[in-house]
Ligand binder design. Structure first.
Ligand SMILES: Nc1ncnc2c1ncn2[C@@H]1O[C@H](COP(=O)(O)OP(=O)(O)OP(=O)(O)O)[C@@H](O)[C@H]1O
Ligand SMILES: [Mg+2]
Length: 325
């Protein structure tokens, strides 16, 4: 990990971002849904992203399967949330509906006052394996999105943006290498640079480091936090990894098991930032957070109905969904 951090430090340079506004940050005249308007008045900052009674029903040969039901969450602008839960509970389903890549069965997702309908560049997604064009260089792969999002910028300004984020993820020296020739870790760095370069309103990550070895994963977690710290983009990261969930998040949202999965508990992570894995491991509260997450996951290990009631779990900063809303 040290090697990675040092290499990353080398990537610090004097690149600055041009002062231009991407289309992803411009306001929208669209009306938000009625349920959103009816809700109590509160500043947009506190309800930057809102999940309202979100539901997903998949058709299956045995009939309709309600995977997610009654998923409700409000996020502040600039908040980082980790979404954790057992395999198959519906994390990717929630994320892909938010990305606009998966139809919402009922309920809605409202981002910055606008109901989500379909995919758009104001929501950037990073998957486990980045879908890069192998015949293009790292720089060209990031440029595709940037050209779309900054149509009024000059070519030089767009290049500055691309180079800035590639440098931030530690690829300052590899910008002109073909994607096909990059290691998996480097490809994922390109994926992260590409997502941030879109200047999205919302960053969605679905197990972004799931396919990487643990050393590379730790390195990239630090890279992600470093870039996130500079941009403060509102983000949701799906993960299976308890340590990763705590390291990254302001709040960890724990999902119950499906069918009809929903939010079981929300845990605030009140640890100082910037965080490093090392500082985290040394922090006295870290093990309490870890314990809470693990005990929640254990409760749901054997199916949808946990034997132990959630009230019996150790009480620290854990709140139930309704209390936290
Ligand atoms: N297109 C589909 N049609 C029918 N069922 C689906 C479809 N996609 C997902 N499912 C089912 O919905 C449930 C939730 O899937 P999802 O991929 O969202 O879970 P997950 O929490 O992301 O799991 P993992 O941690 O393994 O990635 C699973 O039972 C899955 O089999
Ligand atoms: Mg998934």
């Amino acid at each position: 990990m040290r090697v990675g951090l040092e290499r990353h430090a080398d990537a610090e340079d004097t690149r600055v971002l041009p002062n231009i506004v991407p289309i992803t940050q411009q306001g929208s005249p669209d009306q938000p849904p009625e349920a959103y308007l009816k809700a109590a008045e509160s500043p947009r900052e506190d309800r930057y992203l809102e999940f309202i009674n979100l539901k997903k029903v998949y058709p299956t040969p045995k009939g309709p399967l309600t995977v997610v039901d009654g998923f409700e969450l409000k996020m502040k602008k600039g908040e980082f949330i980790s979404l954790i839960g057992h395999s198959g509970c519906g994390k990717s389903t929630v994320l892909s509906m938010t990305a606009g890549l998966n139809e919402i069965s009922s309920g809605s997702v409202v981002l910055d006052g606008r109901e989500i309908a379909g995919a758009g560049p104001e929501r950037a997604v990073v998957f486990q394996a980045p879908s890069l064009m192998p015949w293009m260089t790292a720089r060209e792969n990031v440029s595709i999105g940037v050209d779309r999002v900054f149509p009024n910028a000059t070519a030089a300004e767009r290049t500055d943006i691309v180079d800035y984020y590639l440098a931030r993820v530690g690829l300052g020296d590899s910008m002109d290498r073909l994607a096909a020739d990059l290691s998996n870790g480097m490809k994922q760095r390109v994926g992260i640079a590409r997502a941030f370069a879109l200047s999205p309103k919302l960053l969605l990550l679905d197990e972004p480091f799931g396919m990487l070895d643990s050393l590379t994963r730790w390195e990239l977690q630090e890279v992600l936090m470093d870039v996130w710290k500079r941009t403060q983009v509102t983000a949701i990261c799906v993960t299976h990894d308890v340590d990763e969930a705590i390291l990254l998040a302001d709040r960890v949202v724990m999902m119950t098991n499906g069918p009809n999965a929903t939010i079981g508990r929300i845990m605030e992570v009140d640890l100082p930032r910037p965080r490093t894995r090392k500082a985290l491991l040394e922090h006295p509260d870290y093990y309490l957070y870890r314990e809470q997450l693990l005990s929640f996951l254990e409760e749901y290990e054997h199916g949808a109905n946990p034997e132990t009631k959630s009230e019996d779990a150790p009480a620290t900063s854990t709140t139930k969904q309704d209390e936290a809303a």
